[in-house]
Design a binder for this molecule. Structure first.
Ligand SMILES: Nc1ncnc2c1ncn2[C@@H]1O[C@H](COP(=O)(O)OP(=O)(O)OP(=O)(O)O)[C@@H](O)[C@H]1O
Ligand code: SF4
Ligand SMILES: [Mg+2]
Length: 336
């Protein structure tokens, strides 16, 4: 029997999205002109060093930005409809039902004094309008879907292992039948074996429910095992986007090249990105030109003054002047 064909409909279109945070009277642009599309069933990794804007991108898409954040430019369309991401009230019907988020550290997100089934049932009552008994049935189904026997729902969070609690968080994220799930470092707090089980669960749910996944991670081996496509972020911008196979085999952006080179040997069990020399730029006072130019071994004169746009190239997108025609003057190396 042939498999039924899966929809690859365009779900999300993020166009020129910029988000500013206000803190102590200072404004900083955390993400700047982020653009990408996401299709049903696709699994995309979002990778970049701390502070590069991965969580801010996720929160903006899910309508969960903190009160001191504002979308200053751009838009997010879900199935073609523009989302009112700056309007807390108008966003309510969209929140959790189209895109939901699984965070790391499930223990902090679960209420210690309520049983698991009750906590999963709650969003079903509030957002799907189910009665208490219907919501309990749905909560039990969701527990089974994430690999927890329904009767374990009588437990309190502290009675479950870290892996089980993260499964509960995934069940809660699925409560309103979203078509996009964002995992923001969803396995970081777990041991290696439990990490593998949770990633397998994400993969299984993706194929069972035709979910689109955005996985935020520092672990490039997780990207290789779980995702089709990877977007690399630096200082609030996407600097490279391509299939996992292409980006890992032939990274085009110097920052991606350093990231890939910095992956320690998986044989020694250390799989996280090693820091790249130099500091990330100050987002309150963003440097001119390419934000990576002070750390980039290939930086040229043009890099200090002109922001490289994220251009389509053969097999992907890259934001780097090395991939554009340049004059001899532009090409003079800065760090020679
Ligand atoms: N609530 C906030 N108020 C002010 N600034 C914030 C807030 N949240 C994030 N930022 C700033 O926005 C920038 C992007 O942060 P973000 O959390 O999106 O990065 P990230 O890539 O998710 O980092 P990490 O890998 O550490 O989770 C950083 O400079 C950060 O300090
Ligand atoms: S634009 Fe210039 S500084 Fe930026 S990554 Fe490319 S070569 Fe390096
Ligand atoms: Mg983050």
């Amino acid at each position: 029997m042939t498999e039924p064909s899966r929809s690859t409909a365009l779900l999300l279109n993020v166009d020129g999205l910029s988000v500013d945070y206000k803190l102590k009277g200072l404004s900083s642009r955390a993400i700047d002109g982020v653009s990408f599309a996401l299709r049903a069933g696709e699994a995309v990794a979002l990778v970049g060093e701390s502070g590069s804007g991965k969580t801010t991108t996720a929160m903006a898409i899910a309508g969960l930005l903190s009160p001191n954040a504002r979308v200053s430019e751009g838009e997010v369309r879900y199935r073609g409809e523009r989302l009112p991401i700056n309007d807390d009230v108008a966003m309510r019907p969209h929140r959790w039902s189209e895109t939901s988020v699984v965070f790391q550290g499930a223990m902090n997100a679960l209420n210690p004094v309520h049983r698991i089934t009750k906590q999963i049932a709650e969003p079903c009552i509030l957002r799907l309008g189910l009665s208490r008994s219907e919501a309990t049935v749905r909560a039990r189904e969701l527990l089974e879907l994430v690999g927890i026997p329904a009767d374990r729902g009588a437990a309190y969070p502290h009675e479950l292992s870290g892996g089980m609690r993260q499964r509960v968080m995934i069940a809660m994220a699925l409560a309103c039948r979203p078509s996009i799930v964002i995992g923001d470092e969803p396995t970081t707090a777990l041991d290696v074996i439990t990490q593998a089980q949770i990633l397998k669960l994400f993969g299984d749910l993706r194929s069972k429910l035709n979910l689109a996944l955005i996985l935020i991670t520092h672990d490039l081996s997780v990207v290789a095992e779980t995702c089709d496509r990877v977007m690399i972020m630096y200082a609030g911008r996407i600097v490279e986007d391509g299939t996992v196979a292409d980006v890992f085999a032939q990274p085009k952006h110097p920052y991606t090249q350093l990231l890939i080179e910095s992956i320690p040997n998986p044989a020694n069990g250390k799989r996280m990105i090693r820091p790249i020399p130099g500091d990330p730029p100050n987002l309150v006072n963003r440097p001119s030109g390419c934000a990576f130019h002070s750390r980039c071994p290939s930086a040229m004169t043009v890099c200090a003054t002109e922001v490289p746009s994220l251009d389509e190239v053969r097999r992907g997108r890259v934001a780097c002047h090395l991939h554009r025609p340049l004059t001899q003057e532009d090409k003079v190396a800065i760090h020679a």
